[in-house]
Design a protein around this ligand. Sequence first.
Ligand code: ATP
Length: 241
Amino acid sequence: MNPALQIRDLVLAYGGITAVKGVSLDVPAGKTVCLVGANGAGKTSVMRAISGLVKAKAGSIRYFGDELTGRHPAGMAARGIAHVPEGRETFQRLSVEESLRMGGFRLPRAEFGHRRDAMFETFPRLKERRTQLSGLLSGGEQQMLAMARALISNPKLLLLDEPSMGLAPNIVDEVFQVIADLRQTDTTVLLVEQNALRALELADYAYVMETGSIVIEGEGRQLANDPRITTAYLGGEGDCL
Ligand SMILES: Nc1ncnc2c1ncn2[C@@H]1O[C@H](COP(=O)(O)OP(=O)(O)OP(=O)(O)O)[C@@H](O)[C@H]1O
């Protein structure tokens, strides 16, 4: 079977700066794979290239066998790819319910209601705030809304970029619980996280990026205990590589 995502020798550049220098990675269908690494390593650029937001200079990105490079970002949702970008980007002037409607606009009415209720079950805070404007939600609630808006359409591939960034510890726990629960579903997840140790603990497989290249890869739990990774955490509570 084709992997959900198969990236080969991907090169991404901004003007004269090569941000991603020949990255290859696989995300098997139904699995959770994480991409960790220091700030500026190129993780977000890889995510944006999958969504068509950054044009590949070289290499290929295959999604269930179909080449994605050169495709327009607007077509990604129809392919079953949902991207929750870093910084969340919620629709500030829409209510929670209206935002979910935007995420599920392809769904027939009855199915939308069913999926929305499922999202309210996963994120009970959103149910309490269903009529509130997104722009007035806390950072944690906005993250939950961004994830619910992506998940409502039941995507085949979910791209999650730094979902725990800037959130209070109890909200981080909730966000990680939702990601862990996704492992029980068919949804394939590619996760970029600054909170690398927690991401590694729940990922089936992981890649570590450094200045545009993958330098280490392996099973998530194995890497969580790998001295090459853990030494990067010595000297404090910091979770960043
Ligand atoms: N739009 C852009 N224009 C120019 N350079 C960019 C742009 N976006 C990213 N870069 C550069 O590309 C490199 C990789 O950035 P990227 O955001 O992909 O890394 P990252 O690993 O996601 O880092 P972070 O954790 O800080 O988001 C960095 O050197 C960054 O400065």
